[in-house]
Write a protein that binds this ligand. Structure first.
Ligand code: PLP
Length: 379
């Protein structure tokens, strides 16, 4: 098979898989217990905290483990709104992941005001738009670091600086960026950052929330005293350890992975544009994640194309996997100016650092054939 849907999820790194196996079998204790059997588990969780913190230049005690990027996004936005009795203003963008957009919608129903900043044709916000949207009651700005559909990377350091100058909290959903692009929470003035294990070759069902000052959060899941009493629930030990090691490897291998995947992505983009007529890149390959290529193939129904490709065990997606199944054209593609028809003719190809040139050649060859067939029958 040729798997090119790494923005949806990634394979667990074989090294990570080996390292976490003992936590399912031999070292199965509950780290919140008080006997010696679990002493090393507490230390191993703290090591994971350090490994995650090192990837984003954070302090380890500012890393809080959650179940997902979705939970992290919910936690931070709902916390800030609740602390302000839902009487406040949030600035976000119109191309956020649904875990931010739906949370904002929920908060609007409770009285919170939300401004959704538009993006240009490359999927990038203008910092001046955020500046102009600031109100006396703006309590938090939440702008994603990299978009999950078109890969656009936002000017996060500039937004962070603006937020900081205005004494407004700054949150970034870095689920697609964590381990894939450079992040420094200090340089970028980030107060909160969400990340997720399954996007960086760690298991599913684990995420993190970086909180510069965890005391600014309210307890969202009530129960035991885990995570300094802020996030109850028995630790998901294997997954947390897995997120730690995946972050460690992403940090160690960052430069090599980034360059290789970007070269491969660019080669694939050039090949597709050369060999298949009437194809347009959605967004831009500049200021984008190195592994993302979103293209509009004029006159081709993307759902039909994806089905044909999957019959050949080649996997790509149309928009975000989290929305798959709904027929509404992607809000991100609409936001960058695509018509419904063009949005429904678009596919997202997201590579991993372990895809090969041979796979890309094979994929483009098959893609070309299917596009020709579909254009013949659909037009
Ligand atoms: N934010 C972005 C940008 C995403 O791409 C995703 C998942 O695709 C999420 C949040 C949700 O993360 P999780 O799957 O860990 O809930």
């Amino acid at each position: 098979m040729i798997y090119l849907d790494n923005a949806a999820t990634t394979r667990v790194d074989y090294r990570v898989n080996e390292l976490i196996k003992p936590y399912f079998t031999d070292q199965y204790g509950n780290p919140s217990s008080v006997y010696r059997f679990v002493d090393n588990l507490k230390m191993d969780i703290d090591t994971a905290r350090i490994q995650c913190a090192n990837l984003i230049n954070a302090s380890p005690d500012s890393i809080l483990f959650t179940s997902s990027g979705t939970e992290s996004n919910n936690w931070v936005l709902k916390s800030i709104a609740e602390q302000n009795n839902y009487n406040c203003h949030i600035i976000t963008s119109c191309i956020e992941h649904h875990s931010v957009l739906k949370t904002c919608e929920y908060l609007e129903n409770k009285g919170v005001e939300v401004t959704y900043i538009p993006v240009n044709k490359n999927g990038i916000i203008a910092v001046t738009d955020i500046k102009n949207a600031i109100r006396p009651n703006t309590k938090i700005i939440s702008i994603m670091m990299a978009n999950n559909e078109i890969g656009s990377v936002q000017p996060i350091a500039e937004v962070g600086k603006l937020a900081n100058e205005n004494r407004i909290l700054f949150h970034t959903d870095a689920v697609q960026a964590y381990g894939h692009t450079y992040i420094d929470v200090e340089d970028m003035h980030i107060d909160f950052l969400s990340a997720s294990g399954h996007k960086i070759n760690a298991p599913k069902g684990v995420g993190l929330l970086y909180a510069r000052n965890p005391k600014l959060l309210t307890s969202f899941i009530h129960g035991g005293g885990q995570e300094e009493g802020l996030r109850a629930g028995t630790y998901n030990v294997p997954s947390i350890i897995g997120l730690g090691y995946a972050s460690y490897y992403a940090n160690q291998e960052f430069g090599e992975r980034y360059t290789n995947v970007q070269i491969l992505r660019n080669k694939m983009a050039n090949k597709i544009l050369e060999e298949i007529p009437n194809v347009k890149i959605n967004g831009s390959l500049d200021n984008s994640l190195p592994n993302n290529l979103n293209i509009c193939i004029k006159g081709v129904d993307s759902a039909a194309l994806i089905t044909l490709l999957s019959e050949q065990e080649m996997y790509v997606s149309s928009g975000s996997a989290c929305n798959s199944g709904d027929e509404i054209p992607s809000h991100v593609l609409k936001a960058i100016g695509l018509s419904d028809e063009d949005a429904n003719s678009s596919i997202r190809i997201t590579l991993s650092h372990d895809n090969t040139e041979k796979e890309i050649e094979e994929f483009v060859k098959i893609l070309k054939q299917f596009v020709k067939t579909l254009r013949f029958f659909q037009n």
